[in-house]
Design a binder for this molecule. Structure first.
Ligand SMILES: Nc1nc2c(c(=O)[nH]1)N[C@H]1C(S)=C(S)[C@@H](COP(=O)(O)OP(=O)(O)OC[C@H]3O[C@@H](n4cnc5c(N)ncnc54)[C@H](O)[C@@H]3O)O[C@H]1N2
Ligand code: MOO
Ligand SMILES: [Mg+2]
Length: 431
């Protein structure tokens, strides 16, 4: 008789994995190489932004008191004594009635407290001297970009754990981070198991398929911020697989295997965990696909036994491995974020387990909708190409129909601080 496995809820499985989460180390990379990495420290403004009062316009820096009483019937004339471009500092000591021609970004000349854009000043040349005439008055600080108006010194601008995007790069450059403190990437080992697996460049032959999971996981690891270390594929041979896993553990922070976790004669991962003396966290989850996803722990090191079925493997990684990697990268939002939206397909059959339907998010009349992609089966691979969300359908005794409100789990968002809550089991009376 095959062993009976007791399914646990997704949330419980996540929590068992996260008991072994840890944060990584800090390393420095050059700003040019920081994109896509995760900040290891908060970025705190060590100077205000802007760092000095400056002109946000091409115009004239004036002393506002000189403009009092100006109107179209009573234009005020000011003498332009200097032209200053951004990057230069005015050297004039202004007398009353004088102005400085400044360009956008120029530090405010001393004594000036407002800016008049070119378009509001009429230039007049008399005896080789330029004057401007203005027909309205200006107040102190009018059109001046004040020191610190954007950011005060000491403010936290970006938090540790944030993925470095182009916008973060701009902030880092602003504050002089030629070297950026980033989280060291965890090394995620990957083994694909299965005698049926061909390399990607091999022709198909009876009974064999190409190994897609390994490359999919390599990509998932990279997208989650980890460093994949792909060891290759293994035939379903216990001793071979055991030794390979045992050796791989010495080189990685965590090890992912795909395949061989179910109850088949050649599913060796359960026996490998046993022989390693690893502590099995779970081997059955009340979810589809990926119910056989197994995680074991040996001396604090996790072994993720993802299913061989591509969709199950994909879902297992996103729900369980990704949060571990994200936490290692200092993220305070390591979990997948979910939103409410409308299901755009019928799932009439009831299922006892929570289903994670690979779907594409869209917007209809400003509302979020999710369109399931392809067949909802664990062994399906092609639907993954267009899936950017999972629709979570609670297990229970009812099916779901197009138009139902559902939880939509976002695969490309910044994440959430709380894990996905297993939805309350559905009942017939919900219908
Ligand atoms: N009697 C039972 N049989 C099965 C059960 C069960 O509860 N009782 N569970 C089923 C479920 S659910 C799943 S999911 C699969 C999980 O299988 P394994 O994780 O043991 O994976 P394999 O048996 O090695 O392979 C399953 C399937 O996936 C294909 N595969 C494997 N590796 C790859 C790869 N790297 N790239 C692409 N495809 C891969 C493999 O050829 C198989 O078709 O077990 C069910 N069985
Ligand atoms: O582990 Mo399976 O993916 O539930 O079909
Ligand atoms: Mg199997």
């Amino acid at each position: 008789m095959v062993e009976k496995r007791d399914p646990i809820q997704v949330k419980e499985a996540v929590s068992r994995v996260m008991k072994y989460s840890k944060t990584g180390e800090l390393e420095h990379v050059s700003l040019e190489n920081a994109e896509g990495r995760y900040l290891a420290e908060d970025i705190i403004a060590d100077h205000p932004v802007p760092p000095f009062d400056r002109s946000p316009l091409d115009g004239f820096a004036v002393q506002s008191k000189d403009t009092k009483g100006a109107s179209s019937s009573n234009p005020v004339r000011l003498e332009v004594v200097e032209t200053v471009g951004a990057g230069h500092v005015s050297t004039s000591v202004l007398k009353p009635g004088q102005a400085v021609r400044v360009m956008t970004g120029t530090i405010m000349p001393e004594a000036c407290d407002s800016i008049i854009m070119f378009e509001l000043a009429k230039e007049v040349n008399e005896n080789n001297q330029t004057y401007i005439e203005i027909t309205r008055s200006f107040e102190k600080n009018d059109f001046v970009a004040k020191e610190g108006e954007e950011t005060k010194k000491g403010e936290v601008i970006v938090n540790a754990g944030k993925k470095i995007t182009a916008g973060v790069i701009a902030v880092l450059a602003t504050f002089g981070y030629a070297k950026v403190p980033v989280a060291k990437k965890p090394v995620i080992g990957i083994y694909a198991t299965g005698t049926e697996l061909l390399d990607v460049d091999q022709d198909l032959e009876p009974g064999k398929i190409r190994n897609s999971n390994a490359y999919m996981i390599i990509s998932q690891v990279k997208q989650a911020g980890g460093e994949p270390l792909y060891f290759g594929k293994l035939e379903d041979n216990f001793e071979l697989c055991f030794k390979a896993v045992q050796e791989a553990l010495k080189e990685v922070d965590v090890l992912i295997t795909t395949g061989g976790v179910s109850v088949g004669d050649f599913d060796f991962l359960p026996a490998i965990y046993k022989k390693l003396g690893a502590n099995l966290l779970f081997n059955k989850i009340a979810m589809r696909p990926g119910s056989v996803t197994s995680v074991a722990e040996k001396d604090g090191q996790l072994l993720f036994g993802l299913s061989g079925n591509p969709s199950a493997c994909y879902v297992g990684f996103e729900l369980f491995t990704r949060p571990w990697i994200q936490t290692y990268l200092f993220s305070t939002k390591p979990y997948l974020e979910s939103v409410k939206g409308t299901l755009k397909a019928n799932f009439p059959k009831a299922n006892p387990f929570t289903r994670f339907i690979r779907s594409k998010i869209a917007f209809e009349h400003g509302k979020v909708v999710a369109q399931p992609i392809g067949m909802d089966k664990s062994q399906v691979v092609t639907s993954l190409a267009y899936s950017d969300v999972f629709v979570a359908l609670p297990g229970g005794t009812r099916g779901y129909k197009s138009g139902d409100e559902v939880d939509i789990i976002l695969l490309n968002s910044e994440g959430d601080s709380a894990p996905f809550q297993d939805p309350v089991k559905s009942r017939k009376t919900d219908q």
